[in-house]
Design a protein around this ligand. Sequence first.
Ligand code: ZN
Length: 435
Amino acid sequence: MPTAVLASWMKALADLDRNISDAERIDQLRLLEDLKSGAAAAQARIAADFDASRRADQAARGVPTSQQGKDVGAQVALARRESPHRASRLLGMAKALAHEMPHTMAALSGGRLNEWRATLLVRETACLQVEDRRSVDAALCRDPATLDGLGNAKLVAEVKKLAYRLDAESVVRRARRAETEWRVTCRPAPDTMAYLTALLPARQAISVYAALAGVADTHTGTGDRRSRGQLMADTLVERATGRAAADQVPIEVGLVMTDRTLLAGDDEPALLHGYGTVPADLGRDWVDSTDRAGIAAWLRRLYTHPGSGALVAMDSRRRLLPRSLRRYVDTRDQSCRTPWCDAPIRHRDHVMAHEDGGPTTAANSQGLCEACNYAKQALGWTARPRPGPTHTVETVTPTGHRYASTAPRLPGTPGTASQDSSALARHFADIIRAA
Ligand SMILES: [Zn+2]
């Protein structure tokens, strides 16, 4: 089917006649749901074909086997507007459906399974040998009626039961392997809170929780006004940092704010590196809680120009040292510059490669996560900084598709500032000189 026909469906959907009976509305809701599943199946087939074609092409060009297909996930990510991490899982699922689970693929194509339920089937059979996986695929999806009416949790339970019966050893092996992937992560929550998450083997997680609960319970009836949950959280902070939770923990990370926000009570929010937007009042409180020299040290590095909002490297008259350039790029880009990727920056990359004459400048640098940096080094990828007031990088993938990445908006961007004052600017310059 020509791509143009596919594109015309979008218009047809946007123009659907809304003057229909309620019975038709229900029919259409169901049909559109089937259509989404059918589209997911088609995407899986296309992604698997793209993977095979790209690998064959790379093999023909002499790319070593271990490197073939490395950039497929990154291209799928850009096309599907997903993060590279999620896209590589979608690609893995596409290949499993296309090559190992024909009945699941057929059920998805026919709308009897949606994309998430197909994902569960793929995920729960991932530890099995191909033959066993095919058995589960046939047992659960050959007859469309088998999974009818089963909720997601019951579906997972069915797969687990079959998998365990077929190969108990590999299920246990997978559990052991999962135990080696323990880690702690931090991600933003609403209202300037954050989730600190620990992924632990179940028995450790339960014992940590029980220990925190035990401490909290010793406070019951002592007149402490904190809730049990708050007591447990405070205990966690105390034990991990060695300081009382109520103490001000010094902020040793980049806080980007304008001088107007800091000194003139402007309400433009600040930006905390690795977190995101922070209300102006809170940003000022944090700054007030540290000493003056500390403030100046931050400002020197993380000040945005009142006119353009571009990040100003305050020591720009000197030749930028790699370390200060790195810090500059981290602050300007905040996280990986690949569109849709939120991963933290791990590599500061030359947009245009050094060996192709790309200079070591802020304009020719971008922050990338590890996966995106490796993907972009594959054969046929090119990138150029594009001129303009906001730092923009254009990446061209091997299929000739162009994707632009624009640096995030930092505090002080034109049109958002409520005032500008030369007296403030002078005051600000004094603080910097004093540091
Ligand atoms: Zn990335």
